[in-house]
Design a protein around this ligand. Structure first.
Ligand SMILES: Cc1cc2nc3c(=O)[nH]c(=O)nc-3n(C[C@H](O)[C@H](O)[C@H](O)COP(=O)(O)OP(=O)(O)OC[C@H]3O[C@@H](n4cnc5c(N)ncnc54)[C@H](O)[C@@H]3O)c2cc1C
Length: 316
């Protein structure tokens, strides 16, 4: 089956989708005519995904399901990112199999209304287009998790986030083995099964590979051709025939970046998820691809609380 992401056409048109993951293909920037020095490529894949956490792993599975070859780069010595340490709380609704099992009636429209409720201090700022797309993907995303091995506690979903319908399900901790769960959190019950599914479907995950540069046709403009990753003090150049997906998490560990939004967030602040994973995020992305606005940040932050990892809400 030819890998064609349909209306999202994100590989061909390079449109950024969802909250957490940004797809880079045809991003262009004016005024940089100097051609890129010839690149010695060490590896090649159709889709290169940076980050093996809550966004990167589903992206890898979906790209494989679409027939693309996939390389996932992970800076850490293991997969999972923040999601590994997370509470594994997944409040997806719209009429999921778990809601139906407990006789709960829900719809994508009700999910949309609950997450754009102007009476709610967070949701009133949500980006309507993002929430609409997310609401429409709730059911498919929940079933996607089940299809790829995630097991939820078999109990009646609970109310959450002032929602009018019970939607909250919690993943089962993956195993009693701390080597697999890191800190015994239910989040392991989301990322370990997704890792196993991605590997079983043929996605290659390269650990301890930290992406340091996005390679484009010209030094700072033109189509994205691939990335450079640092591995054991050597640079590795990985070519992406179809696209690069940045799924590097948020910016909480990046003092300079977070102080852009709140100058009080200086270096002495503890960051949830550290030292297991450091989230510096977007540093290397082309400026034209990353223009966080206040609303997007508010939406991103609130949606993050709502959907446990961006791409779970936006299958490619
Ligand atoms: C303690 C805690 C509890 C939480 N509980 C919940 C919950 O119950 N429900 C919920 O919905 N959300 C919860 N969250 C939030 C949730 O974990 C995040 O929203 C989600 O993990 C974000 O997904 P992501 O893919 O964007 O980032 P992550 O899952 O963090 O994945 C990003 C990955 O990218 C890697 N990376 C970063 N930079 C690079 C680079 N340059 N090169 C290569 N790899 C790189 C990181 O090492 C990491 O593995 C919790 C978070 C924390 C910290």
């Amino acid at each position: 089956m030819k890998f064609n992401p349909g209306r999202r056409k994100f590989i061909t048109e390079g449109t950024a989708i969802g909250v957490g993951a940004t797809a880079l293909a045809g991003v262009t920037q004016e005024g940089d005519a100097a051609a890129q020095a010839p690149i010695r490529w060490d590896r090649t894949a159709d889709v290169v995904i940076v980050g093996a956490g809550a966004s990167g792993l589903p992206a890898a599975i979906t790209a494989r399901d679409g027939g693309a070859t996939v390389i996932v780069l992970e800076a850490n010595h293991d997969i999972g990112g923040h999601a590994m340490l997370s509470g594994g709380r997944v409040p997806l609704g719209g009429g999921t199999s778990m809601q139906k099992k407990y006789g709960i009636v829900d719809s994508a429209d009700q999910v949309y209304l609950d997450h754009t409720n102007h009476k709610d201090s967070e949701f009133r700022y949500c980006d309507r287009d993002l929430v609409r797309m997310w609401a429409d993907e709730n059911v498919a995303t929940f079933e996607f998790l089940i299809e790829n091995g995630v097991k939820f506690n078999d109990e009646k979903p609970d109310f959450v986030n002032e929602g009018t319908v019970p939607r909250l399900c919690v993943a089962q901790v993956y195993s009693p083995d701390l080597k697999e769960t890191i800190n015994g959190s239910p989040g392991s019950g989301i990322v370990r099964p997704l890792e196993k599914s991605a590997r079983a479907k043929g996605a290659e995950i390269l650990l301890k590979h930290r992406m340091t540069r996005i390679i484009r046709e010209n030094p700072t403009s033109g189509k994205v051709l691939g990335v450079t990753a640092r591995f054991e003090d050597k640079d590795v150049n990985i070519r992406a025939r179809k696209g690069v997906i940045l799924a590097t998490g948020g910016h909480t560990s990046n003092v300079a970046f977070r102080r852009m939004f709140d100058p009080r967030l200086t270096e002495e602040y503890q960051v949830a998820g550290e030292p297991w994973t450091k989230q510096n995020g977007w540093q290397s992305a082309p400026r034209s691809a990353v223009r966080p606005t206040r609303v997007t940040i508010a939406a991103a932050e609130s949606l993050k609380h709502v959907i446990s990892g961006p791409v779970m809400a936006t299958r490619i």
